[in-house]
Write a protein that binds this ligand. Structure first.
Ligand code: ADP
Ligand code: ZN
Ligand code: MG
Length: 515
């Protein structure tokens, strides 16, 4: 779908988006209410027991570690913690759930009233009117939007249906379906935002930030493709300037950040087309079709009362003391926002660069290890090399920080070579490419390829003199005002020195001698 179409629609309508995330707690060895192991895949129904299969007489026992993780996650999302809460039965039938209810939480959830800030740097075309919103702070190259978190609660995951005989594993057209309860009963955190999000770009930024937060805590592996982190998008639109809420649709099956962005973008345009044609949006759940890049109607939306929520009589209510909550709070690691601040302070990085490095646990670790080796003086250069050369490589290939052949020590040594003037920044590009290819250390590569930079002013002066002597016409023209000729002369000196002269010294000496 053309992004110009979205941009056009957003000049007339404002999108209102609220997100819901289900994230499996993969940090615990066992499930939420039984002792079955938590894992992905494996032979169907190989990790089940009477409790997660809902056999008569089996009783759930809450996993304290799951509760601890949910509270930790809620605190990281800036939430308050309810002193009194319980597990609630959410009643409905579906064959992927062996008991006809899901153990979940209703009112109150463990965690509520939180806030997560997102930063938007790109996507300026979708930025319409954001500067006037009260939850938005403009920055040098974008803006920060504070998104309210309604709640975070704990529940159990369901099993999975496997549809046989249709296309793409979809139920439509399938011959029969099988149920796999391996996932059934895995601890699941549900986080719901207020409808504070206004663009597909913001929705994606929120999802990225949340994943970052969960990865920093270590509560989940957040694998969107395997479904350990799943996002639903609630989308409505209203004419720009209006304040009421339009009818929303809920989008499912967005298994990547891109799908989340594209699904919401499609839905905004679809709703605008409906309204433009004098029609109405129907409140319903819609399915994102990644191949066709459209959303299709799945079912009309059920209401809370349809679930007949009531407190689960099999599990005791929770009475969380302030002391317990503070104990969990003490376990909070440094979170991405705080890390960004520290990077600006300690490493003297720009807000932009610090934000990029702090936004990814892997990048952060790699960066800090490289600076540790290279020393604080090189912190800025390490950041530049990682955010430019290394990020470009990661973006252009399937590689990740785990699969690349280089370690922080490689980057550290490379920036030391450049910062000390031993090789030029142009030569560094060659060394960089070579070390990614073979994993050799930069010094070895530079030596083998004869890459070095001549900073000996005597040598450079001699080369400059010979170039000036060989091109008296150019020298005269330069002195006559054709200052652009300096580029030609620098090029000649570089040629004379087999490309090894330090370009800034060449420039300096040339300018001096041409006066
Ligand atoms: P439901 O009854 O469908 O569960 P909720 O009020 O519980 O609706 O909200 C679910 C999600 O939908 C939340 O993320 C909320 O922010 C979002 N939401 C609610 N109303 C709207 C709306 N009119 N447009 C967009 N999102 C909305
Ligand atoms: Zn079990
Ligand atoms: Mg709801």
């Amino acid at each position: 779908m053309a992004t110009d179409r979205l941009a056009e629609v957003l000049t007339r309508y404002e999108a209102v988006i609220g997100l819901e995330f289900h994230t499996e707690i993969t940090a615990t060895k066992t499930k939420m209410f039984c002792g079955c192991p938590v894992a992905f895949g494996g032979e169907a129904n190989s990790r089940v027991c009477p409790t997660c299969m809902g056999l008569p007489g089996a009783l759930p026992v809450p996993n304290q570690e799951c509760v601890d993780w949910a509270i930790l996650a809620g605190l990281a999302a800036g939430c308050k913690i309810a002193p009194l809460s319980d597990f609630t039965r959410k009643n409905y039938f579906y064959p992927d759930m062996a008991v006809n209810y899901q153990l979940s939480q209703y009112q109150p959830p463990f965690c509520y009233d939180g806030r997560i800030d997102i930063e938007i740097i790109e996507g300026a075309d979708e930025r319409l009117d954001r500067e006037t919103a009260e939850n938005v702070t403009m920055t040098e190259d974008g803006y920060i939007a504070a998104i309210r978190v309604t709640r975070l609660h704990l529940e159990e995951d369901t099993g999975k249906m496997i549809h046989i005989g249709g296309t793409d594993g979809r139920i439509g057209g399938a011959d029969y379906s099988l149920a796999d309860f391996n996932r059934s009963g895995t601890g699941l955190m549900e986080l719901v935002t207020e409808p504070d999000i206004r663009t597909p770009e913001e929705a994606r930024a929120f999802a990225r930030k949340l994943r970052q937060l969960w990865l920093t805590l270590g509560v989940s592996d957040c694998n969107m493709e395997e479904g350990s982190m799943r996002a639903d998008g609630n989308v409505s639109i209203r004419p720009r300037g209006a304040t009421g809420l339009g009818t929303k649709t809920e989008l499912k099956n967005m298994n990547s950040f891109k799908a989340l962005h594209d699904g919401i973008a499609f839905e905004i345009v679809r709703q605008a087309d409906l309204l433009d044609a004098g029609g109405k949006v129907v409140q319903e759940t819609r399915h994102w079709e990644p191949t066709e890049k459209v959303t299709t109607a799945m079912r009309t939306k059920e209401m809370a009362e349809d679930y007949r929520y009531f407190p689960d009589p099999d599990t005791a209510p929770f009475d969380l003391s302030a002391e317990y909550v503070e104990g969990i709070r003490a376990r909070l690691p440094e979170l991405p926002d705080a890390k960004k601040e520290r990077f600006m302070e300690t490493y003297k990085l720009s807000a932009h660069d610090a934000g990029l490095l702090a936004a990814d646990v892997g990048l952060t670790k790699f960066y800090e290890e490289a600076v540790q080796i290279a020393g604080l003086d090189h912190a800025k250069s390490v950041s530049n090399t990682m955010l430019n050369d290394l990020s470009a490589h990661l973006n252009a290939t399937e590689e990740t920080l785990e699969t690349i052949k280089i370690a922080p020590a490689h980057i550290a040594e490379l920036v030391e070579l450049v910062d000390s003037g031993e090789i030029s920044s142009k030569q560094a590009k060659e060394v960089f490419a070579a070390m990614l290819e073979a994993g050799q250390m930069p010094k070895v590569i530079a030596r083998e390829r004869g890459l070095k930079q001549v900073s000996d002013t005597g040598v450079i002066e001699a080369a400059v003199d010979s170039v000036l002597a060989a091109h008296p016409d150019k020298v005269e023209a330069y002195r006559g005002g054709k200052v652009g000729l300096i580029g030609f002369l620098v090029g000649q000196v570089m040629r004379e020195t087999q490309g090894q002269a330090n370009p800034s010294l060449v420039n300096e000496i040339l300018t001096q001698k041409l006066k």
